[in-house]
Design a protein. Structure first.
Length: 185
């Protein structure tokens, strides 16, 4: 599925050929967004080639995760997002979960993240999820503002995320999704 969400941003389904570009977006996104929020040694050790290989393995194993990329003419893939069934204590639930949404640091504020979010919300609604949850680092104020502008609200759930032996608190945000309008007839 391909959707032009702004005049210069194209959001489309990810393919296995996008794994290297997605790894670059993810690694650079983590390194920029989480500096000072988690151990720098972990961020410094992130490797794009290793991440791309993991991405290829995950992408080809066949699962219920929806992956999309954002492209800008002349720049290629500048963002990536994915969602699927909500994960809780190793179980998948009927609720949807936005697993990730990242754009290259130099693309923050250009509409690429909003374009990806719009696509994820549209697709999750079409897939029948009644709401979409996500987890965000508690101290990541820019990301929390982004999610709140997209209609997500914290629901009070908190859980630590362990990174290199350091507990980093995450909060859960949830947004209700509207079911598709019934067909006229």
């Amino acid at each position: 599925m391909t959707i032009r969400t702004t005049p210069d941003v194209l959001v489309r389904d990810m393919t296995v050929d996008d794994c290297e570009a997605v790894a670059r977006v993810r690694v650079r996104g983590w390194q920029a967004a989480y500096a000072g929020l988690m151990p720098q040694s972990h961020l410094d050790a992130m490797d794009i080639a290793e991440d791309a290989e993991r991405c290829r393995g995950f992408f080809t194993e066949g699962n219920k995760v929806v992956n999309a990329v954002a492209e800008r003419a002349g720049l290629g893939v500048i963002g990536w997002a994915c969602y699927g069934p909500y994960r809780e204590h190793g179980r998948l639930l009927a609720r949807g979960e936005l697993y990730a949404i990242y754009v290259l640091p130099e693309q923050i504020g250009t509409g690429a993240g909003r374009a990806l979010m719009a696509q994820m919300l549209t697709r999750a609604t079409a897939d029948g999820f009644v709401d979409l949850a996500l987890r965000v680092l508690k101290e990541n104020a820019p990301a929390r503002r982004f999610y709140e502008r997209a209609g997500f609200l914290p629901d009070g759930a908190e859980e630590p995320f362990e990174v290199d032996g350091v507990l980093v608190p995450e909060v859960r945000y949830v947004r209700a999704l509207r079911p598709p309008a019934p067909a006229a007839g």
